[in-house]
Design a protein around this ligand. Structure first.
Ligand SMILES: CC(C)(COP(=O)(O)OP(=O)(O)OC[C@H]1O[C@@H](n2cnc3c(N)ncnc32)[C@H](O)[C@@H]1OP(=O)(O)O)[C@@H](O)C(=O)NCCC(=O)NCCS
Length: 147
């Protein structure tokens, strides 16, 4: 089944929130799905569509210091391991480069081993930063230079 990458809009955001567990399992990340991000950074928010709905999405933006920051990326439970996460990252990288990005950055929780393996496969360096999200809240920080 063909999958195409489109820019995400607010309707897409609501759609994936309705199906939240299929992208995030038992973790509740709904509060991170801010309408403002899709509204204000629409050219770097992406959705992967197929005839059976949204297979995956990426919400990101380019910061003033030219970092392409990926705030959220998820593929639907039945679409994992098919290269879709990589495809979404490639599309984001292209969009971020067009806005002048010279590096990529993302973060994840220290228990998210799948995310660490995924980002390593995509060539990111990773390090644990203690207190990244406040006292006693470490995060894994991924970075990759764009040449
Ligand atoms: C992380 C996630 C986005 C990966 O998406 P995906 O579509 O399965 O990834 P891809 O199929 O494009 O995989 C790309 C590479 O990463 C590797 N990879 C992906 N998930 C992996 C895992 N759980 N363990 C080991 N390697 C993994 C693949 O083997 C592949 O490597 P290769 O290209 O060298 O063969 C997906 O598992 C997901 O949505 N997880 C739940 C949400 C989440 O945790 N998001 C990340 C938060 S920052």
């Amino acid at each position: 089944m063909a999958v195409r990458i489109d820019l995400a809009d607010v309707h897409d955001l609501h759609q994936v929130l309705e199906d939240h567990p299929r992208y995030w399992g038992e973790r509740d990340l709904r509060a991170l799905h801010l309408t403002a991000l899709v509204r204000e950074f629409g050219s770097t928010c992406l959705v992967a569509r197929a005839d059976d709905g949204i297979r995956g999405y990426l919400i990101g933006f380019v910061t003033p210091d030219r970092t392409g920051y990926v705030h959220l990326i998820a593929t639907r439970d039945d679409a994992r391991g098919t290269g879709l996460g990589r495809t979404l990252y490639d599309a984001f990288t292209e969009a971020a480069r067009r806005q002048g990005a010279v590096r990529l950055k993302a973060i994840t929780s220290v228990t998210n081993e799948g995310s660490v393996a995924f980002h390593r496969s995509l060539g990111f360096d990773d390090r644990v930063v203690q207190d990244y999200d406040g006292p006693g809240r470490p995060r894994v920080v991924f970075t990759r230079d764009l040449n």
